[in-house]
Design a protein around this ligand. Structure first.
Ligand code: FAD
Length: 467
């Protein structure tokens, strides 16, 4: 064998899926090489995704709350924003985490190879490293090459005033007028940040609702709040052209609610992510990649080549870090001979907007489509002491229970900290808890977590009424 390096398990890509798989495989006694094109490991999530966005959203939350306190008798000065310092702090958070990962890799004797990898056969990759090409061969490979920002080719993408999520996280400046194209999670999170920092925000979304795919009931409180704060929200509207002018980016809209052309200082394009399946020469290994660039896998995360596995964004929706990590564990365990399988009852989703929007399991439309007879408990936060003491009342906790068994089948939560609160509902679903189990569990008072208990009690009441 002419390879420069060999490992029992080679992991391609060091995002949350890849590093989790590498660490798990090493813990199970496998000899592991982790390949990453960038100097820093951690992938999109740590470097240009989940973590930097949450650091900036924390900043936004403080600014929003501080400005709001004036109504309640405590006034602060207008925030004085030092963008360099703020970016420095955010980068520090990233550095701590990626540095920590490096140490963990070393501890486990996982060899990290920096370079861009392409399959050269069913058992090897060619890696273009700073020191030249290397051949890395493997018994098993785990593809964790993730996804990239989707670009719209007709936009003037080379104009420095056009941003993707990575550019937006760099906080080069605070545009006076910012247009966010795409009303999904990533677009709305960045809108939250730039709004708090002082930009006038407009959001344009093709679908008839923000966060398409989420239950409309829980998106509504978010939409009502940001409609008041932002300059405009255009639903069912398309951007048909962007013309770069000296004075700004002139945008033409299309659709029934389309406004007249507008000029913005900057534009953030957040219209989705494309899997990297077509960029790794998968053909050479005989691994099937579909037209979109996704790699199909079975419940054990195996591709059509039984010794090659794939995990994370590259295998499909939802493109979320916690899906990638769980899939990574399964792939590593299966390679180590365990009978693991990726079979979650649900994968929770969270938009870390203000308020946050979180959901898991089935929503009402899905339950109806599946012909499931359900009972709903919906608790408005206007009746929660804790919510009012946060000076917020727009939240809502809604839980759905199957009528015949009383078991929880879905939950949707909107309000501050909804992302933390949804975890209890996920556990309840995985454990097969029914409305009584949740209602009888004593939730600490006064907390926002009580709202799930109350929602369950309300549903239980109507289940009992029906008997
Ligand atoms: P990735 O994280 O994409 O990692 C893949 C790695 O492979 C990259 O480091 C890449 O450089 C490397 N790679 C690719 N091809 C090659 C090659 N040929 N050779 C060598 N290396 C290669 N998810 C959440 O769950 N919660 C959030 O709050 C959240 N916020 C987000 C915010 C933003 C702005 C963005 C963009 C995403 C966010 N996500 C969030 C999504 C999350 O980042 C992804 O789901 C997650 O990173 C996917 O992990 P992964 O392991 O599949 O791949």
């Amino acid at each position: 064998d002419h390879s420069d390096m060999h490992a029992e398990v080679v992991v391609l890509g060091s995002g949350p899926g890849g590093y989790t798989a590498a660490f798990r495989a090493a813990d199970l006694g496998k000899q592991v090489i982790l390949i990453e094109r960038y100097e820093r490991i951690g992938g999109v999530c740590l470097n240009v995704g989940c973590i930097p966005s949450k650091a900036l959203l924390h900043t936004a939350q403080i600014i929003n709350e501080a400005s709001h306190m004036a109504d309640n008798g405590v006034s602060f000065n207008k925030p004085d924003i030092d963008l360099d310092k703020l970016t420095g702090w955010k980068n520090n958070v990233i550095n701590k985490l990626t540095g920590g990962l490096k140490a963990l890799a070393k501890q486990r004797k996982v060899t990290v190879v920096q370079g861009e990898a392409q399959f050269s056969s069913a058992n090897s990759l060619t890696v273009t490293t700073p020191e030249g090409d290397k051949t890395v061969s493997f018994d098993n490979c785990i593809i964790a090459a993730g996804s990239r920002v989707t670009k719209i080719p007709v936009f003037p993408n080379d104009d420095p005033r056009m941003m993707d999520s990575t550019d937006a996280l760099n906080l080069e400046d605070i545009p006076k007028r910012l247009l966010v194209i795409g009303g999904g999670i990533i677009g709305l999170e960045m809108a939250t940040v730039y709004h708090a920092l002082g930009s006038k925000i407009s959001v344009v979304e093709l679908q008839d609702s923000l966060i398409p795919g989420a239950d409309k009931d829980i998106v509504k409180p978010l939409q009502q709040r940001i409609e008041k704060q932002y300059e405009s929200i255009y639903l069912k509207t398309k951007v048909s052209a962007i013309e770069p002018l000296k004075s700004g980016l002139k945008v033409t809209f299309d659709g029934d609610n389309a406004p007249e052309p507008q000029t913005y200082d900057k534009i953030l394009v957040a219209v989705g992510r494309t899997p990297n399946g077509k960029l790794i020469n998968a053909d050479a290994a005989g691994v099937n990649v579909n037209d979109y660039g996704f790699i199909e896998v079975d419940g054990q995360m195996r591709t059509n080549q039984s010794h090659i596995f794939a995990i994370g964004d590259i295998v499909g929706q939802p493109m979320l870090a916690h899906k990638a990590t769980h899939e990574g564990k399964v792939a590593a365990e299966v390679i180590a001979g365990q009978k693991s399988v990726f079979e979650p009852m649900t994968i929770p989703s969270v938009a870390y907007t203000d308020p946050e929007v979180a959901w898991m399991g089935l929503n009402e439309a899905e339950a109806k489509a599946q012909g499931i007879d359900y009972v709903k408990g919906a608790f408005p936060w206007a009746a929660s002491g804790r919510s009012l003491s946060l000076d917020r009342d727009e939240g809502l906790t809604k839980a759905l229970f199957e009528k015949s068994t009383g078991r929880i089948i879905g939950a949707t939560i909107v309000g501050p900290n909804a992302g933390e609160l949804i975890a209890e509902a996920v556990l309840a679903l995985e454990m097969g808890a029914d409305a009584e189990d949740i209602g009888l569990s004593i939730h600490p008072h006064p907390t926002l977590s009580e709202t799930l208990g109350f929602a369950a009690e309300m549903a239980e009441g109507s289940i009992t009424d029906l008997l």
